[in-house]
Design a protein around this ligand. Structure first.
Ligand code: FES
Ligand code: FES
Length: 106
């Protein structure tokens, strides 16, 4: 995804803030709500938050589920996850999130 974007208008939470929460381990809408406040107003942005949560790498269209699977199958470095899923092999912006998935195994 190119650039930043306001995801939750009620609470003024943007895309990058949600990605940062994911890098700190947030994996559910509830955790995003707690960490950022996004989704705690009208609730209209919850679908967009779910979409962001489901994706790790926008460049390679790699889902969180694919990265978690790769990690559970033994990919224990960002490079290995990249070899298996493609995630992180283009712009590299998702590497911090991949590291967090490796760390938490989820
Ligand atoms: S737009 Fe996010 S709670 Fe209203
Ligand atoms: S978002 Fe660009 S390589 Fe993953």
């Amino acid at each position: 995804m190119a650039g930043n974007k306001m995801i939750c208008v009620c609470k003024q939470v943007d895309y990058i803030t949600i990605r940062k929460a994911m890098i700190q381990g947030a994996r559910t809408v509830e955790e995003i709500k707690q960490m950022t406040g996004a989704g705690t107003g009208c609730g209209r942005c919850v679908g967009a938050i779910e979409e962001i949560l489901a994706s790790v790498c926008g460049c390679k269209k790699t889902s969180l589920a694919d990265v978690v699977d790769a990690v559970k199958n033994g990919a224990d470095t960002v490079e290995k996850v990249g070899e298996v899923t493609g995630a992180g092999t283009a712009c590299g912006r998702c590497k911090a999130l991949i590291e967090n998935v490796i760390e938490l195994k989820k």
